[in-house]
Design a protein around this ligand. Structure first.
Ligand SMILES: Nc1ncnc2c1ncn2[C@@H]1O[C@H](COP(=O)(O)OP(=O)(O)OP(=O)(O)O)[C@@H](O)[C@H]1O
Ligand SMILES: [Mg+2]
Length: 335
């Protein structure tokens, strides 16, 4: 039997790891908790449990920022820890397929390759795959033959807007809008209108429960600290106030999709019209976003079945199915 193979989608908030041996995708928070500057306290989802609650000698940080590696040492540690967990402790030689964003510098792309090489996971082969291509494949797009496919991935720090055609990427744009900006907007409006300070996790929970609350016609009940009295309080926040606070960011995504479409060669536009927009990424699930994008560009929207895992799912297809092997390339071939 050959080496075991892993596919990795390194997101700013979640790392997604496809393990060929188990044919499954693991999703963990891309977070590390370090105590007294040096000793590892927790990582992944258990570091997230401590987030915003830890004393000041415990530093909990995301090693990725805006889709690129910002803290290489912590990221290397995390890759080694996650892969060791997947291997149940036994580190044998392994092959890796790593998804890399398109609209970043060559140095930033190469850093994803070097990260795996230097993280101590015994990498025999390291292949790169363009993230939007893996994303399209993961959503069931026939990336080998389709011409003109619009893929929009709304993640945590970033949204990646890409036009795919015949195995490649015609245009790709990475903008700094995603779930984090949505959370910040929610915190901002609650602070302004209710003089209430809430944490990032509380804001994220509101964002994720918006659809259900609106369906049930309920307000969001939140706990936080009153700015004036300094005391902990509970407040009911109308969901339409929250919706309004998000529109600014929805429209930034929309404007960038429009600008991308304007740069698209006309021959591809007809196909994009036929196929519609492929929408994915965890934060694409936020209430009203799909509808606003659909109305704004006049396209049907295809929603990903697994918005958080679509890139990793695409990697799994490339790893398993030989017909897709040309979608992966080595660092020397990176252009
Ligand atoms: N049901 C939901 N509704 C709204 N937002 C959600 C939902 N589930 C997850 N999210 C948001 O999705 C985001 C994480 O998505 P994802 O894992 O695709 O990002 P990432 O890949 O880590 O980030 P990036 O692509 O920017 O590097 C978070 O902001 C999270 O709050
Ligand atoms: Mg992502």
């Amino acid at each position: 039997m050959g080496n075991n193979t892993f596919g990795i989608d390194l997101g700013t908030s979640n790392i997604k790891i496809y393990n060929k041996a188990t044919d499954s995708i693991t999703v963990e928070k891309n977070l590390i908790a370090v105590e007294n500057k040096t000793s590892l306290l927790a990582y992944g989802n258990s570091a997230y449990d401590m987030y915003e609650k830890a004393p000041s000698n415990i530093k909990i940080s995301y090693p990725l920022s805006n889709g690129v590696i910002a803290d290489i040492e912590h990221m290397k540690n995390l890759v080694k820890l996650f892969i060791t967990d997947e291997m149940k402790g036994a580190l044998k030689p392994l092959d890796f397929y790593i998804a890399v964003p398109k609209d970043v510098t060559e140095v930033e792309r190469r850093a994803f390759h070097d990260l795996i090489r230097e993280s101590g996971v015994k990498a025999k082969k390291i292949m790169m795959v363009k993230k939007p291509v893996a994303d399209g494949l993961g959503m069931g797009v026939d990336v080998m033959n389709s011409q003109g496919v619009l893929v929009v991935n709304v993640g945590y720090d970033t949204t990646e807007i890409s036009i795919l055609s015949l195995k490649g990427i015609v245009i790709s744009k990475l903008i700094k809008v995603g779930g984090k900006k949505f959370d910040d907007a929610i915190r901002g409006v609650i602070r302004k209108e209710f003089s209430l300070l809430i944490g990032e996790k509380t804001a994220e929970n509101i964002k994720m429960s918006l659809k259900d609350l609106e369906k049930a016609g309920k307000d969001a009940v939140v706990y936080g600290r009153d700015i004036v009295t300094g005391l902990p309080v509970e407040r009911s926040i109308p969901t339409d106030l929250i919706d309004q606070s998000l529109i600014e960011y929805f429209d930034q995504i929309l404007d960038n999709i429009k600008a991308t479409l304007e740069r698209t060669p006309p021959e591809l536009a007809a196909d994009i019209y036929k196929h519609g927009l492929y929408l994915t990424g965890g934060a694409s699930q936020v209430c009203h976003l799909a509808q606003r994008l659909s109305n704004g560009v006049g396209l049907n929207v295809n929603l990903a079945e697994n918005p958080i895992g679509s890139v990793a799912l695409g990697l799994s297809k490339i790893i398993k199915d030989d017909q897709y092997k040309n979608l992966a390339y080595s660092v020397e071939e990176d252009v």
